[in-house]
Design a protein around this ligand. Structure first.
Ligand SMILES: O=P(O)(O)OC[C@H]1O[C@H](OP(=O)(O)OP(=O)(O)O)[C@H](O)[C@@H]1O
Ligand SMILES: O=c1cc[nH]c(=O)[nH]1
Ligand SMILES: [Mg+2]
Length: 211
């Protein structure tokens, strides 16, 4: 598994504001949206393209266009929905599948409550969106499901990751490749409740309210 921590002053600036406990929901949503667009630029560095030629008003120009089948973007509900618009703004021709997953806050185990994905992902490049990679249970299960359906490669885009979660994913996904994780920051650790420290709190609640 390859991990990329995006090192850019604009990413760091927006992430600091996102973490701030005084940041309200509307601002948090805007910042998450802006951050994912910056991360997506790096995360799509290996997106498949094919050669293409167009005619400019002056002469033919050789370039590229995105290959078929289109990339699949998969936000993990709820919090991953806050990253969807920012991602599809950069990849407007991508298709979108959905995974609903919730972590049991007692056992810290992830449960899947909704799956709306193509059955056959053969040859597809997939981009999974979830702001928080904490224990890694949620993302590892999501990535495994995509590979089991035939995905060619999977890139997870997060806003924050914990070292414990990356280590867990590395082990849990050892049989699947290639997997990439792109994150805006690698934080210190998890606390006794499985929350990322310093983190930003509960991403879903900060985006959509505590329900
Ligand atoms: O790495 P893990 O330890 O599995 O934890 C991370 C998961 O927890 C959060 O979702 P949550 O379960 O709070 O659901 P929500 O998005 O509906 O709030 C977060 O968005 C991840 O999906
Ligand atoms: O820090 C954390 C850990 C799991 N889920 C969150 O939303 N935040
Ligand atoms: Mg939550």
């Amino acid at each position: 598994m390859k991990t990329l921590v995006v090192d850019h002053p604009l990413v760091a600036h927006k992430l600091t504001a996102l973490r701030d406990e005084r940041t309200d929901s509307p601002t948090f949503r805007r910042l998450a949206d802006e951050l994912v667009t910056l991360l997506a630029y790096e995360a799509t560095r290996d997106v498949r393209v094919v050669e293409a030629t167009v005619n400019t008003p002056v002469a033919p120009a050789h370039g590229v266009r995105l290959a078929r089948p289109a990339p699949l973007v998969v936000p993990i509900l709820r919090a991953g929905l806050g990253m969807l618009d920012g991602m599809t703004r950069l990849l407007p021709t991508a298709e979108v599948g959905f995974l609903g997953m919730i972590r049991d806050e007692g056992t810290l185990k992830a449960q899947t409550y909704a799956t709306r994905l193509p059955e056959d992902l053969s040859g597809r490049q997939c981009y999974v969106l979830d702001p928080m990679l904490a224990t890694g249970g949620t993302l590892a299960a999501a990535v495994r499901l995509l590979f089991e359906r035939g995905a060619e490669d999977v890139t997870a885009i997060c806003l924050l990751a914990a070292p414990e979660g990356l280590a867990y994913m590395e082990k849990a996904l050892a049989d699947f490749t290639p997997v990439r994780v792109v994150t805006a920051a690698l934080d210190e650790r998890l606390n006794e409740h499985g929350y990322i420290v310093p983190g930003l709190g509960d991403a879903g609640d900060r985006l959509y309210g505590a329900v």
